[in-house]
Write a protein that binds this ligand. Structure first.
Ligand code: HEC
Ligand code: HEC
Ligand code: HEC
Length: 441
């Protein structure tokens, strides 16, 4: 056989053998199984990594979201598997150190805006699956978000080591988290993955979650994450497990509460994707944590108000079109809200626009979430349902309302359908309007 022919034949044969070997061989040792990847994706969803690691309009997991904290703005990093811009060079161990202990690959400390204190409770198996999925199934993005620059002393990452000593961390759960019984699974979801306490638990001076106040309610620059302990007065003690499951799955339970702002995002990106069994586990767990009273809500938020029987008490009254910039609350309501929520506040027949009485936001003694809802509206997709209410801030396509108009409509709505007049002022609305942050640790 001529040399050349032999060479060709040889290479064809070798290639053939190689192909056969490839197709017959089991997955390479470092090739994660489909099962592991599916688990990793679920852990990433339950841990809601995408919420903080994606900026509005940005590529998934490429970072760049700015989070306002009392120390300054912290910008989330790129956690796609890009080796230069993301975490492509992280080994599984290095990844574990950053996710559970807040220590970066280069040894520096992460800011607690990354909820590693919660994630420290994750099982080894779930961290492994999460790593495999991020490395294998997330598209690398070659973008570096702007660096975080905080004020002194927080700009020294080493101070976070001290913070860590105070904040402590949880011992990881052991065993297979998929086989935990209902309450243990619920506890695991609430603490280690969903980090509900990151927003709903108040913080002490060291900015760590206050011990003994789990889920008792906390401010989030503008929004207020209410008391969701089973307290019958300040919390959600009158909700059933099914109510809470429905809220977490859809973000909407007419006659109780809807999810806007940061909670709408939690529902959209995370809880609406949980399995039925996990939602029930989570709800059952939340509904049995120690009840905490609230400082200002002393009557269940959802119990206030009733349908307004005299929708137009102004009959006969002339609208002063020369003074429309000073519309009173009822005028603002009639012009901007009544089309959807009804003159009588009952919402649309199908409850797409919810009733404003028996509504957690309107029934709270804190007007914060009503002001924020009027400013920013609601934009939440869960399953096939898109809940949309326009915002009325300076970016509104519908109607830009002034601070004074928003204050007056908030006072009107809360007096008519909710917990009473809280005398919201235009200045208060102005402060909330300027708050740029929507997510804080
Ligand atoms: C509440 C917001 C938030 C959530 C949720 C969150 N992160 Fe982070 N993460 C951050 C911020 C902010 C940083 C950057 C902190 C810093 O610069 O010190 C960060 C940093 C990281 C880093 C370090 C990367 C590097 O080298 O810079 C990793 C890894 C990471 N996050 C993984 C995850 C994973 C995995 C999840 C989901 C299980 C997750 N994060 C969920 C806010 C978040
Ligand atoms: C990113 C911050 C954040 C996280 C994380 C978060 N929440 Fe919320 N939650 C909020 C805010 C803000 C509100 C108020 C929303 C509104 O007014 O529309 C809220 C509202 C709620 C309500 C309605 C309470 C009422 O009385 O109307 C429930 C129930 C709730 N959250 C449960 C949970 C559970 C369970 C978790 C964990 C799975 C969780 N939240 C995680 C911020 C958060
Ligand atoms: C185009 C219809 C529309 C208009 C106009 C409208 N809303 Fe809404 N509103 C909705 C929808 C839809 C939701 C979200 C329901 C959901 O979350 O599933 C909503 C939600 C709300 C909530 C509950 C938010 C929460 O966080 O739980 C309040 C309170 C509210 N609207 C008040 C108002 C007020 C006050 C105005 C006028 C300034 C107004 N709405 C104008 C349709 C509308």
């Amino acid at each position: 056989m001529p040399d050349l022919a032999r060479k060709i034949l040889c290479s064809v044969l070798t290639a053939g053998t190689a192909l056969v070997t490839l197709s017959m061989a089991p997955a390479r040792a470092d090739e994660p199984s489909a099962e592991l990847l599916a688990r990793g994706e679920y852990v990433a969803t339950a841990g809601d990594c995408i919420a903080c690691h994606t900026r509005p309009g940005g590529k998934p997991f490429a970072g760049g979201l700015s989070m306002t904290t009392p120390m300054g703005n912290v910008i989330s990093t790129n956690i796609t598997p890009d080796p230069d811009h993301g975490i492509g060079k992280y080994t599984e161990q290095e990844f574990e150190q950053s996710v559970r202990h807040g220590i970066r690959r280069d040894g520096s400390r992460l800011y607690p805006a990354m909820p590693y204190v919660s994630y420290s409770g994750m099982t080894d198996e779930d961290v492994k699956a999460l790593y495999a999925w991020l490395m294998h199934d997330v598209k690398p993005v070659a973008e570096t978000p702007p660096a975080t620059e905080l004020n002194f002393p927080a700009n020294l990452r080493i101070t976070m080591a001290v913070w860590n000593l105070v904040a402590g961390s949880t011992t990881p759960e052991t065993g297979d988290s998929a086989t935990f019984d209902k309450l243990r699974r619920g506890r695991y979801l609430a603490h280690a993955l969903e980090h509900c306490g990151t927003c709903h638990t108040p913080r002490n001076m060291m900015l760590t979650e206050k011990e003994g106040s789990y889920l008792a309610g906390a401010s989030l620059l503008g929004w207020y994450a209410p008391d969701i302990t089973p307290s019958k007065t300040g919390g959600i003690g009158n909700w059933t497990e099914d109510n809470l499951v429905a809220y977490l799955r859809t973000g909407h339970v007419n006659g109780l509460s809807q999810a806007a702002g940061p909670m709408g995002e939690v529902v959209e990106h995370s809880t609406s994707h949980l399995t039925d069994a996990d939602l029930h586990a989570l709800a059952a767990y939340i509904l049995q944590v120690p009840a905490m009273d609230d400082d200002v809500d002393h009557t269940p938020r959802e119990q206030f108000g009733q349908v307004l029987n005299t929708p137009d008490i102004r009959t006969g009254e002339l609208t002063r079109i020369d003074r429309l910039d000073e519309m009173d609350g009822q005028h603002v309501y009639d012009a901007n809200c009544a089309a959807c929520h009804g003159d009588n506040g009952a919402g649309t027949d199908d409850h797409y626009a919810p009733s404003l009485f028996h509504n957690g936001v309107v029934g709270s003694a804190r007007p914060d979430n009503l002001i924020m809802t009027v400013l920013h509206g609601v934009d939440r997709t869960a399953g096939n349902e898109h809940a949309f209410m326009p915002g009325f801030d300076q970016k509104s396509d519908v109607q830009r309302l002034s601070n004074a108009e928003i204050a007056s409509v908030v006072n009107y709505v809360m007096t008519t359908f909710g917990s009473g007049n809280h005398n919201v002022t235009a200045e208060q609305v102005g402060t909330m309007r300027s708050g740029e942050a929507t997510k804080v640790p």
